[in-house]
Ligand binder design. Structure first.
Ligand SMILES: Nc1ncnc2c1ncn2[C@@H]1O[C@H](COP(=O)(O)OP(=O)(O)OP(=O)(O)O)[C@@H](O)[C@H]1O
Ligand SMILES: [Mg+2]
Length: 309
């Protein structure tokens, strides 16, 4: 299996009033062909910033990102052919003044590709009736608009597609349709997904592996079923445990116990130390080394115990 996406110690920092924050802090990952990796974590943990860095929209302050072995830099041409993106709000990627057909054709035109029958082909792939071509975004339903956004993302046939909360703005009933569509497309096109979501139910359905992010860092990465069934990091466990009621099922809560620390403060020790029920003295000062457990990696001095075999 070859890697579609390779991230090594990536860091993105921002100057903000009163200091500097590392929105992405030493993130590493490898995404293989045809694989789906979900990134989950509370609001502000750095998920969108990571996606922007992969698209070359946010420069790295350290580390490296490669798509199919090609280094991502802010001025890289040709990245659009390698990476597609579906944002949460399809309005963000669709010009309201353009007919749907033009919106889907635009990435092809900008990248000097022949249109031929490509617009029709990709519309069929995402299940859009060809008569939609003449419509404007506001004349479509939310689900149809998101199908257009997926069509745009796939137009150039990228091996990697980033999905940033692609179903969060949709009704529950439509959500499943879009998820099934993404899954079908993946098996047909064998593209890889980096799937960002708050919705743990969705993640369980679509992702082969999951990366749990906290304050810019990955704290646990592993096979979805394993991580969900036996979380080893206390933060992963807290996320899973805090979604018990019917209304909140599978969704990240607005707040876990304890406060997220001010990201402007220089990070010393474990980022989760201020909220962690398992905290030890060493957590105050030393960032934990990675531990491995059957292919899963987590960063914790005092992890949740593994179930006895
Ligand atoms: N352009 C920017 N300038 C300054 N700070 C920024 C900028 N973009 C993001 N940040 C900060 O970086 C951190 C990570 O933000 P990011 O949008 O990546 O989080 P997120 O995980 O996508 O959150 P959400 O789930 O709400 O979408 C936050 O503290 C945010 O305030
Ligand atoms: Mg975001």
């Amino acid at each position: 299996m070859s890697a579609v996406l390779e991230i090594r110690d990536a860091e993105v920092s921002f100057n903000v009033p009163g200091g500097r924050i590392r929105a992405v802090d030493g993130v590493s990952l490898t995404l293989n062909e045809g694989e789906t990796l979900a990134v989950v974590g509370e609001s502000g943990c750095g998920k969108t910033t990571l996606a922007k860095a992969i698209l070359g929209l946010e420069p790295l302050s350290a580390g490296a990102i490669e798509v199919q072995g090609l280094s991502v830099t802010p001025d890289l041409r040709g990245l659009a052919k390698r990476v597609g993106i579906v944002w949460q709000d399809p309005y963000a990627s669709l010009d309201p003044r353009w007919r749907i057909g033009r919106s889907i054709a635009e990435p092809l035109i900008v990248n000097g590709q022949r249109l031929d029958g490509r617009v029709d082909e990709v519309m069929r792939q995402v299940g859009l009736d060809l008569t939609m071509k003449e419509r404007f975004p506001h004349q479509l339903s939310g689900g149809q608009r998101q199908r257009v956004a997926v069509a745009r993302a796939l137009a150039l046939g990228p091996p990697l597609v980033l999905c940033d909360e692609p179903t969060a703005a949709l009704d529950l009933s439509i959500r499943a349709q879009i998820l099934n569509l993404l899954k079908d497309l993946q098996s047909k096109l064998s593209c890889s997904y980096l799937y960002i979501s708050h919705d743990l139910t969705t993640v369980r359905f679509i992702a082969d592996r999951v990366a749990v992010m906290y304050l810019g860092r990955f704290v646990e990465v592993g096979e979805t079923e394993k991580v969900f069934a036996e979380p080893r990091h206390p933060y992963t466990r807290a996320l899973l445990e805090s979604s018990p009621t019917l209304e909140t099922i599978g969704r990240l809560p607005a707040v876990l116990p304890g406060e997220i620390p001010d990201p402007r403060e220089v990070a010393v020790g474990c980022p989760f130390k201020t909220r962690c029920p398992n905290k030890l003295e060493i957590c105050e000062t030393v960032f934990p080394d990675p531990s491995e457990d059957g292919g899963r990696v987590f960063y914790c001095h005092n992890p949740v115990s593994a179930p006895s075999p």
